[in-house]
Design a protein around this ligand. Structure first.
Ligand code: SF4
Length: 252
Protein backbone atom coordinates (compact mmCIF):
# COMPACT_ATOMS: atom_id res chain seq x y z
CA UNK A 1 0.00 0.00 0.00
CA UNK A 2 1.38 3.38 -1.00
CA UNK A 3 0.20 6.38 1.04
CA UNK A 4 0.89 9.85 -0.38
CA UNK A 5 0.42 12.71 2.10
CA UNK A 6 1.57 16.20 1.19
CA UNK A 7 5.04 15.61 -0.21
CA UNK A 8 5.58 12.41 1.83
CA UNK A 9 5.32 8.94 0.23
CA UNK A 10 5.12 5.85 2.45
CA UNK A 11 5.10 2.29 1.14
CA UNK A 12 3.97 -0.51 3.46
CA UNK A 13 2.82 -4.14 3.20
CA UNK A 14 -0.28 -4.31 5.41
CA UNK A 15 -0.82 -8.09 5.14
CA UNK A 16 1.23 -10.94 6.50
CA UNK A 17 3.26 -12.72 3.80
CA UNK A 18 1.26 -15.57 2.25
CA UNK A 19 2.34 -18.52 0.13
CA UNK A 20 1.41 -18.11 -3.50
CA UNK A 21 -1.26 -20.45 -4.86
CA UNK A 22 -1.36 -19.80 -8.56
CA UNK A 23 -4.44 -20.88 -10.58
CA UNK A 24 -3.90 -24.49 -11.74
CA UNK A 25 -6.51 -24.02 -14.47
CA UNK A 26 -4.02 -21.72 -16.24
CA UNK A 27 -2.11 -24.92 -16.94
CA UNK A 28 -5.20 -26.66 -18.34
CA UNK A 29 -7.01 -24.00 -20.34
CA UNK A 30 -6.30 -20.30 -20.02
CA UNK A 31 -2.65 -19.91 -20.89
CA UNK A 32 -1.33 -20.17 -24.40
CA UNK A 33 0.46 -23.49 -24.84
CA UNK A 34 3.73 -21.70 -25.63
CA UNK A 35 3.66 -19.97 -22.20
CA UNK A 36 6.08 -20.78 -19.41
CA UNK A 37 4.54 -20.92 -15.90
CA UNK A 38 6.86 -21.26 -12.91
CA UNK A 39 9.66 -22.23 -15.27
CA UNK A 40 7.60 -25.04 -16.85
CA UNK A 41 6.21 -25.22 -20.38
CA UNK A 42 2.40 -25.16 -20.45
CA UNK A 43 2.48 -27.33 -23.59
CA UNK A 44 4.54 -29.97 -21.76
CA UNK A 45 2.22 -29.87 -18.72
CA UNK A 46 -0.81 -30.38 -20.99
CA UNK A 47 0.88 -33.19 -22.91
CA UNK A 48 1.76 -34.81 -19.59
CA UNK A 49 -1.88 -34.54 -18.44
CA UNK A 50 -2.70 -36.71 -21.46
CA UNK A 51 -0.04 -39.21 -20.40
CA UNK A 52 -1.55 -39.33 -16.90
CA UNK A 53 -5.04 -39.77 -18.37
CA UNK A 54 -3.90 -42.67 -20.55
CA UNK A 55 -2.43 -44.37 -17.46
CA UNK A 56 -5.42 -43.66 -15.21
CA UNK A 57 -8.20 -44.25 -17.74
CA UNK A 58 -7.17 -46.57 -20.59
CA UNK A 59 -9.75 -47.77 -23.12
CA UNK A 60 -9.57 -49.75 -26.36
CA UNK A 61 -10.18 -47.46 -29.34
CA UNK A 62 -9.07 -46.68 -32.91
CA UNK A 63 -8.34 -42.95 -32.68
CA UNK A 64 -7.47 -40.26 -30.16
CA UNK A 65 -8.91 -36.90 -31.25
CA UNK A 66 -8.60 -33.56 -29.47
CA UNK A 67 -11.47 -31.17 -29.01
CA UNK A 68 -9.64 -28.18 -30.51
CA UNK A 69 -7.71 -26.28 -29.48
CA UNK A 70 -7.08 -26.59 -25.77
CA UNK A 71 -7.49 -30.41 -25.80
CA UNK A 72 -4.73 -30.83 -28.38
CA UNK A 73 -1.55 -31.27 -26.30
CA UNK A 74 -3.35 -33.65 -23.87
CA UNK A 75 -4.61 -35.72 -26.81
CA UNK A 76 -1.04 -35.94 -28.15
CA UNK A 77 0.12 -37.16 -24.71
CA UNK A 78 -2.73 -39.69 -24.49
CA UNK A 79 -1.87 -41.01 -27.94
CA UNK A 80 1.87 -41.27 -27.20
CA UNK A 81 1.29 -43.12 -23.93
CA UNK A 82 -1.48 -45.46 -25.19
CA UNK A 83 -0.08 -46.11 -28.67
CA UNK A 84 -3.51 -45.31 -30.17
CA UNK A 85 -3.12 -43.12 -33.29
CA UNK A 86 -3.70 -39.38 -32.93
CA UNK A 87 -5.98 -37.81 -35.53
CA UNK A 88 -7.84 -34.57 -36.17
CA UNK A 89 -11.40 -35.84 -36.00
CA UNK A 90 -12.76 -32.39 -35.27
CA UNK A 91 -11.67 -29.37 -37.27
CA UNK A 92 -11.95 -25.91 -35.77
CA UNK A 93 -13.26 -22.95 -37.71
CA UNK A 94 -10.52 -20.40 -37.10
CA UNK A 95 -12.86 -17.40 -37.24
CA UNK A 96 -15.04 -18.09 -34.17
CA UNK A 97 -14.44 -17.08 -30.53
CA UNK A 98 -14.45 -19.30 -27.43
CA UNK A 99 -17.78 -20.68 -26.19
CA UNK A 100 -16.81 -21.12 -22.51
CA UNK A 101 -17.85 -17.59 -21.58
CA UNK A 102 -20.89 -17.15 -23.85
CA UNK A 103 -23.78 -15.82 -21.74
CA UNK A 104 -26.65 -18.17 -22.62
CA UNK A 105 -27.00 -21.89 -23.38
CA UNK A 106 -28.61 -21.08 -26.74
CA UNK A 107 -25.72 -18.92 -27.96
CA UNK A 108 -23.22 -21.43 -26.58
CA UNK A 109 -24.88 -24.35 -28.36
CA UNK A 110 -25.09 -22.45 -31.62
CA UNK A 111 -21.45 -21.52 -31.18
CA UNK A 112 -20.35 -25.18 -30.95
CA UNK A 113 -22.01 -26.03 -34.28
CA UNK A 114 -20.48 -23.04 -36.04
CA UNK A 115 -17.09 -23.42 -34.42
CA UNK A 116 -16.38 -27.13 -34.86
CA UNK A 117 -16.77 -29.46 -37.84
CA UNK A 118 -16.40 -33.25 -37.76
CA UNK A 119 -13.97 -34.87 -40.16
CA UNK A 120 -16.54 -37.46 -41.35
CA UNK A 121 -14.24 -39.42 -43.64
CA UNK A 122 -12.00 -40.19 -40.67
CA UNK A 123 -14.60 -40.82 -37.96
CA UNK A 124 -17.05 -43.19 -39.69
CA UNK A 125 -17.10 -46.62 -38.05
CA UNK A 126 -14.30 -45.76 -35.59
CA UNK A 127 -14.09 -46.07 -31.81
CA UNK A 128 -13.07 -42.53 -30.91
CA UNK A 129 -11.44 -41.13 -27.76
CA UNK A 130 -12.19 -37.40 -27.50
CA UNK A 131 -9.86 -35.40 -25.27
CA UNK A 132 -11.25 -32.09 -23.95
CA UNK A 133 -9.95 -29.62 -21.36
CA UNK A 134 -12.95 -29.59 -18.99
CA UNK A 135 -16.64 -30.26 -18.47
CA UNK A 136 -18.43 -27.26 -16.96
CA UNK A 137 -22.15 -27.37 -17.75
CA UNK A 138 -21.80 -30.40 -20.04
CA UNK A 139 -23.84 -28.83 -22.84
CA UNK A 140 -20.83 -28.42 -25.14
CA UNK A 141 -19.74 -32.03 -24.51
CA UNK A 142 -23.22 -33.23 -25.44
CA UNK A 143 -23.22 -31.28 -28.71
CA UNK A 144 -19.81 -32.60 -29.64
CA UNK A 145 -20.90 -36.17 -28.88
CA UNK A 146 -23.98 -35.67 -31.13
CA UNK A 147 -21.79 -34.41 -33.95
CA UNK A 148 -19.39 -37.36 -33.66
CA UNK A 149 -22.21 -39.93 -33.57
CA UNK A 150 -23.98 -38.26 -36.51
CA UNK A 151 -20.71 -38.69 -38.42
CA UNK A 152 -20.96 -42.47 -37.84
CA UNK A 153 -18.56 -43.12 -34.96
CA UNK A 154 -18.93 -46.64 -33.50
CA UNK A 155 -18.07 -45.56 -29.93
CA UNK A 156 -17.33 -42.24 -28.19
CA UNK A 157 -15.10 -42.08 -25.10
CA UNK A 158 -14.51 -38.73 -23.40
CA UNK A 159 -11.25 -38.16 -21.56
CA UNK A 160 -11.06 -34.86 -19.69
CA UNK A 161 -7.77 -33.05 -18.95
CA UNK A 162 -8.98 -31.67 -15.61
CA UNK A 163 -10.85 -33.13 -12.62
CA UNK A 164 -14.63 -32.60 -12.43
CA UNK A 165 -15.46 -28.88 -12.07
CA UNK A 166 -17.73 -29.00 -9.02
CA UNK A 167 -17.14 -25.55 -7.47
CA UNK A 168 -17.39 -22.01 -8.86
CA UNK A 169 -14.37 -19.74 -9.19
CA UNK A 170 -14.66 -16.50 -7.22
CA UNK A 171 -11.24 -15.19 -8.20
CA UNK A 172 -12.03 -13.75 -11.59
CA UNK A 173 -13.04 -16.65 -13.84
CA UNK A 174 -16.61 -16.40 -15.09
CA UNK A 175 -17.90 -19.84 -14.05
CA UNK A 176 -21.62 -20.46 -13.53
CA UNK A 177 -23.16 -20.77 -10.07
CA UNK A 178 -22.66 -24.13 -8.37
CA UNK A 179 -26.09 -25.58 -9.22
CA UNK A 180 -25.29 -25.20 -12.94
CA UNK A 181 -22.04 -27.16 -12.76
CA UNK A 182 -22.67 -30.71 -13.93
CA UNK A 183 -20.18 -32.24 -11.50
CA UNK A 184 -21.83 -30.48 -8.54
CA UNK A 185 -25.06 -32.39 -9.00
CA UNK A 186 -24.05 -35.69 -10.65
CA UNK A 187 -21.64 -38.57 -10.12
CA UNK A 188 -19.16 -39.43 -12.87
CA UNK A 189 -21.42 -42.27 -14.10
CA UNK A 190 -24.46 -39.98 -14.11
CA UNK A 191 -22.50 -37.40 -16.11
CA UNK A 192 -21.50 -40.12 -18.61
CA UNK A 193 -25.15 -41.10 -19.07
CA UNK A 194 -26.35 -37.48 -19.28
CA UNK A 195 -23.76 -36.61 -21.93
CA UNK A 196 -24.57 -39.93 -23.62
CA UNK A 197 -21.10 -41.38 -24.25
CA UNK A 198 -19.71 -44.90 -23.86
CA UNK A 199 -17.27 -43.76 -21.17
CA UNK A 200 -16.26 -40.56 -19.42
CA UNK A 201 -13.14 -40.20 -17.28
CA UNK A 202 -11.40 -37.20 -15.72
CA UNK A 203 -7.74 -36.89 -14.78
CA UNK A 204 -7.37 -37.10 -11.00
CA UNK A 205 -6.26 -34.07 -8.98
CA UNK A 206 -3.03 -35.93 -8.15
CA UNK A 207 -2.54 -36.72 -11.83
CA UNK A 208 -2.98 -33.04 -12.70
CA UNK A 209 -0.42 -32.02 -10.06
CA UNK A 210 2.03 -34.67 -11.30
CA UNK A 211 1.63 -33.31 -14.83
CA UNK A 212 2.32 -29.81 -13.48
CA UNK A 213 5.64 -30.99 -12.03
CA UNK A 214 4.72 -32.16 -8.50
CA UNK A 215 6.00 -35.73 -8.59
CA UNK A 216 4.19 -36.73 -5.38
CA UNK A 217 0.83 -35.33 -6.51
CA UNK A 218 -1.16 -32.80 -4.48
CA UNK A 219 0.31 -32.01 -1.08
CA UNK A 220 -2.97 -32.09 0.89
CA UNK A 221 -1.65 -29.96 3.77
CA UNK A 222 0.10 -27.42 1.60
CA UNK A 223 -1.07 -27.48 -2.02
CA UNK A 224 1.06 -25.55 -4.48
CA UNK A 225 -1.81 -24.26 -6.62
CA UNK A 226 -5.33 -22.95 -6.24
CA UNK A 227 -7.55 -25.83 -7.35
CA UNK A 228 -10.78 -24.69 -5.65
CA UNK A 229 -12.99 -25.28 -8.70
CA UNK A 230 -12.06 -28.99 -8.46
CA UNK A 231 -11.52 -29.48 -4.73
CA UNK A 232 -13.73 -26.87 -3.03
CA UNK A 233 -10.62 -25.85 -1.05
CA UNK A 234 -10.63 -22.05 -1.43
CA UNK A 235 -7.25 -20.49 -0.50
CA UNK A 236 -9.12 -17.29 0.48
CA UNK A 237 -12.67 -17.77 1.76
CA UNK A 238 -15.14 -15.94 -0.51
CA UNK A 239 -16.63 -14.01 2.43
CA UNK A 240 -19.02 -11.90 0.30
CA UNK A 241 -20.47 -15.04 -1.32
CA UNK A 242 -20.76 -16.77 2.06
CA UNK A 243 -22.77 -13.76 3.28
CA UNK A 244 -25.03 -14.23 0.25
CA UNK A 245 -25.63 -17.87 1.26
CA UNK A 246 -22.86 -19.80 -0.54
CA UNK A 247 -22.03 -22.98 1.39
CA UNK A 248 -18.35 -23.94 1.58
CA UNK A 249 -17.36 -27.60 1.45
CA UNK A 250 -17.53 -29.23 4.87
CA UNK A 251 -14.15 -30.17 6.38
CA UNK A 252 -13.29 -33.84 5.70
S1 SF4 B 1 -10.99 -21.56 -8.51
FE1 SF4 B 1 -8.76 -21.34 -8.49
S2 SF4 B 1 -8.03 -22.94 -9.91
FE2 SF4 B 1 -10.20 -22.66 -10.33
S3 SF4 B 1 -10.22 -21.17 -12.04
FE3 SF4 B 1 -10.44 -20.04 -10.09
S4 SF4 B 1 -8.36 -19.40 -9.55
FE4 SF4 B 1 -8.20 -21.04 -11.08
Amino acid sequence: MVVIEGNKVESTRPFAPAKSRFCIFENVYFSRPDSIIGGRSVYETRRQIGVELAREAPVEADLVCPVPDSGTPAAIGYSQESGIPYAMGIIRNQYMGRTFIEPTDHIRNMGVRLKLNVNRALIKGKRVILVDDSVVRGTTSRKIKDMILEAGAAEVHFRIASPPTAWPCFYGVDTPERSKLLAATMSEDEMRDWIGVDSLKFVSLDGLYRAAGEAAGRDMANPRFCDACFSGDYPVAPSDKIEEGFEMKAAE
